[in-house]
Design a protein around this ligand. Structure first.
Ligand code: ADP
Ligand code: MG
Length: 478
């Protein structure tokens, strides 16, 4: 039996405003518990929430970024539930009339094709506080600093068909909110959180299966693992004649499993109703156009420009626009290299990214600057050094030994391009290997590589490879 996976994602992006959505309290992460929650965040009797204008501007930005409709009128609603970290007894959210609806993002699949993921809606809401269990024995601590922090909840259609597609969508969205500068994207600190809704159905079945909602997913790696685990679990249940229960499940990264957390509430359990303390949000076309005019170049546009201007593959372009910092770095390398985009892309995505990953560094923390890497690429392009030697030089640059030219000079690594020097060396190698020469001339073509190897070894890897090949061919076949 062939099963099909169905995934819909709910992303909570914490908006990077200085103050909260309905109060003037600070939103900074990591402050002493309960030092950033004012009477409004705590919902004291008699207080009134006042909407932070900045969150509206940010929601419009997102709406434009996901090609969505921006509602001329949206309404805040109370979502009623009890939890110790929600002292008001309700969360202010949006329900029937969200600020953004009907958008989409295009993702690149592994086979190179493009898939459109539809976005149902994005609505504004306030975050709740945090319950702390670790430092308390037999008790829970409550930190209300996070209460009232502005969130945009971005809800996708159930359009994804594998964990890989879900991750691709999340990465595109993650990169978009950072380009728009509406969310810092920090997953560890919970600024970009994802709930994954997962179900399976038999291939060809028009009806969706019962879904579960997975929580506690704070890295792309965990999201992918959790979805894959959950898909297997549901298939096993169904194949043994059991049913999937609609519920919320918690992912445990240590055990790599999901476990039941609570039954899933239905929307009517929350008794949503329009918040009488807040006016509807009215947005004019002028307001939208003003925000549109201030939008930066977005990842999809930048990607297309990289393809057109630098003749990059769509895969390379997608990787390089993941963050604005990476894209800027790449463009500086191209400029400094004397316009070698393909080689620049290879170095940024290969050697540099590998080294950054290994050292667990961000592109902005790279010990090798874009200008330095650009010069290295230039020296490869103008044949001063071979690609192989360039790796050694890159390592030296990484370790702070200076610019490419200084390292070449200091270590005597300049590539030999002087043809008389190459010819002399080739003559010497041929003379020293009479048996191999005879075999080669008798038809053992493979020995060509042997001669190349000997010549490279003799020259300490400094021969220009193309020239060496030509001279060797000429002399061996003479
Ligand atoms: P709720 O608010 O209770 O979480 P929604 O109807 O808003 O419910 O749906 C939440 C998410 O679940 C959406 O992203 C949607 O695409 C996804 N979803 C709905 N049905 C399914 C299903 N059968 N399988 C997988 N995902 C689903
Ligand atoms: Mg939900």
């Amino acid at each position: 039996m062939e099963w099909e996976t169905v995934i819909g994602l709910e992303v909570h992006a914490q908006l990077s405003t200085k103050s909260k959505i309905f109060s003037g309290a600070a939103t900074q992460f990591g402050a002493e518990p309960n030092t950033q929650a004012c009477a409004i965040d705590l919902g004291f009797p008699g207080v009134l929430p006042v909407l932070n204008a900045e969150v509206i501007r940010m929601a419009i930005k997102l709406g434009l970024g996901i090609n969505a409709e921006i509602a001329p009128r949206s309404v805040f609603a109370r979502k009623n539930y009890f939890y110790p970290d929600l002292p008001k007894g309700y969360q202010i959210s949006q329900y029937e009339l969200p600020i953004v609806k009907k958008g989409f993002l295009d993702i690149l699949l592994e086979d190179g094709s493009v898939k459109r993921i539809n976005i149902t809606r994005a609505h504004l809401e306030e975050d709740a506080g945090k319950s702390l269990h670790e430092d308390f024995h037999g008790q829970s601590g409550i930190d209300l600093n996070r209460a009232g922090t502005p969130l945009l909840e971005i809800v996708s259609e159930p359009d994804m068909r594998s964990a890989k597609e879900a991750i691709a969508y999340l990465k595109v969205l993650h990169s978009l909110v950072r380009y728009l500068e509406i969310c810092d994207g920090n997953m560890q600190e919970g600024s970009f959180r994802c709930d994954a809704n997962v179900s399976v159905r038999k291939k060809g079945d028009p009806k969706f299966g019962t879904r579960t909602e997975l929580k506690n997913l704070n890295s792309f790696r965990f999201i992918e693992r959790a979805i894959n685990f959950e898909v297997e679990r549901q298939i096993e249940l169904l194949e043994s004649g059991k049913k999937v229960t609609q519920e919320t499940r918690l992912y445990d990264p240590n055990k790599n499993e999901t476990r039941s957390m609570r039954g899933k509430e239905e929307a009517h359990d929350y008794r949503y109703f329009p918040d009488p303390d807040l006016l509807p949000v009215a947005i004019t076309m002028d307001q939208i156009e003003k925000v549109r005019a201030e939008l930066p170049e977005l990842p999809q546009q930048k990607r297309q420009r990289f393809i057109d201007a630098y003749a990059l593959s769509s895969y390379d372009a997608s990787v390089l626009v993941t963050s604005k910092a990476l894209a800027d770095y790449f463009e500086t390398v191209v400029k400094e290299s004397g316009n070698q985009p393909k080689l620049a892309a290879n170095w940024v995505m290969g050697e540099l990214s590998g080294a950054l990953n290994k050292a667990n560094l961000e592109i902005t923390e790279s010990p090798v600057t874009a200008a330095q890497l650009g010069k290295l690429v230039q020296r490869i392009a103008d044949n001063t050094i071979s690609g192989k030697l360039a790796k050694t030089i890159f390592e030296a640059m990484w370790n702070g030994e200076g610019d490419v030219d200084a390292i070449i000079e200091k270590r005597g690594l300049k590539q030999v391009t002087d043809s008389s020097a190459i010819e002399a060396l080739v003559d010497k190698i041929i003379a020293a290997n009479p048996a191999q020469l005879a075999d080669y001339r008798a038809g053992k073509d493979k020995l060509f590589g042997y001669f190349v190897g000997q010549a490279m070894k003799e020259s300490g890897g400094k021969m220009n490879p193309q020239q060496l090949n030509e001279v060797l061919k000429k002399k061996l076949n003479a």
